[in-house]
Design a binder for this molecule. Sequence first.
Ligand SMILES: Cc1cc2nc3c(=O)[nH]c(=O)nc-3n(C[C@H](O)[C@H](O)[C@H](O)COP(=O)(O)OP(=O)(O)OC[C@H]3O[C@@H](n4cnc5c(N)ncnc54)[C@H](O)[C@@H]3O)c2cc1C
Length: 453
Amino acid sequence: MSSPRFRVAICGGGIGGVTLALVLGKYAGQGIQVDLYDAKGGFAEIGAGISIWKRTWFILKNLGLERAIGEIAVRTPVESPQPSFAFKKSDVKEPTEVFWRMISPYGTITVHRADFLKILIERLPKSYGVHFNKRLEHYTQESDEGPITLHFADGTTSQADMLVGADGNKSPTRQTTYKNLSAEAEKQGDLAEAQRLQFFIRPHWTGTYIYRSLVDTEKLLKICPGHPAATVPLVYIGKDRHVVSYPISRGKLVNFGTFISDVGREGEFIDGPMVVDVSSEETIEPFADWEPEVKALLQCSNKYSRWAICQIRGLPHYVSGRVALLGDAAHAMTTHLGAGAGQAIEDAFVLGQLLADELTTRSKLETVLGVYEEIRLPIGNSYVERSRKTGLAYEFNYTPESVLAAGVDPGSPEGLKLLSTFVYDQWSCHWGYMPDKDWERAKEKLHKVLSHS
Ligand SMILES: Cc1cc2nc3c(=O)[nH]c(=O)nc-3n(C[C@H](O)[C@H](O)[C@H](O)COP(=O)(O)OP(=O)(O)OC[C@H]3O[C@@H](n4cnc5c(N)ncnc54)[C@H](O)[C@@H]3O)c2cc1C
């Protein structure tokens, strides 16, 4: 057997890092040496539900996961237009009607995160190294041509020809990259640029907290017979707050989150943990004046965790030399479009195939990663903005142009109708075109740049 063309270190065994390993396994097999490092003692997903859309489904099918994931989804996914989230304006005491029901190809494919990750892990190529309890602190590179050295918290090191930071929104890979880029700008006397680059080292708070919980569907229906959250994905909107719920685990559980925002605080940095357990009172009280259906759902749980929603807006580079960022490390985003995991999977789909291409050799890695950045950065960053704007619109903190032009109250029936059109437009990126188009563009660019180098 011929020796591997180069060694890839993937830091982070979340959805993005594991998917990259699967794409490499499918397209490069043992032609590339792959080592995956994670800070935790084993593969684990925190949180509960995750929604999947047509673009992501396309990649999962490409990886041969259609059947396995279909089996853990609430409903067997079908491509024809299906009802997806139903929207209500619920910041009133009286019961309200659904004002809009989104229809999309496949509807919303909802799964439990742990089940989803398990399916990915089971398919990791056996020849790839998996290393747990390896918390990356930073990386170094002695020379332009030399290997990249990963430095872990346990004092050990490891080397590779390239590093992919799939290490989440606090990404130590991104931290190292942006500290280096900022120091370089400072060395060149560009202090303004040095300061701008510093901003990307840490993720910043959006001003929104999400209070997440899970409720047993039987319990919900016992307390509140016929509650629509048992079967229908819902978005309840209102000023500075909203609630999202959808069934998971084949309908046995309802996953939901309440969002509370103070938009003036966007851009602040969070010191301390981003996730904490909180009391039911803290979660339920802000919705005291909301419609009964929302209050009934919230009262079914006595276990809530509060997550500070953080983001990385407009990262200027996903790549530096032979180091690439992937998933939340590159484009941590708000949850309002249910897109973060899908975007991590898309990064993996494009990057994995670029690396697997037979023209990609160790000496070309920097050029190849440049193509990854050229294709993926505009898309990843645009999702961050779409998702942010969608959340602001749900909470009446952003008024779409169409509503302004009509001169109507955004909360009026006419305003809500226009809002629905705006929201649909934001969501439609999930099914507008398929990621194979991005890969085709990437492949074309790759062959163009490599034939000239
Ligand atoms: C409430 C909520 C709801 C969401 N809903 C959806 C949804 O419906 N649909 C959707 O597509 N997305 C959703 N997302 C977003 C999605 O969860 C993330 O975008 C996705 O998990 C990112 O995957 P990742 O692999 O990039 O990062 P992560 O899942 O964060 O994985 C990072 C991995 O890196 C490891 N790591 C971290 N630091 C280190 C270190 N120093 N050294 C080594 N390893 C390290 C971690 O242990 C982890 O395994 C949601 C997010 C939240 C918070």
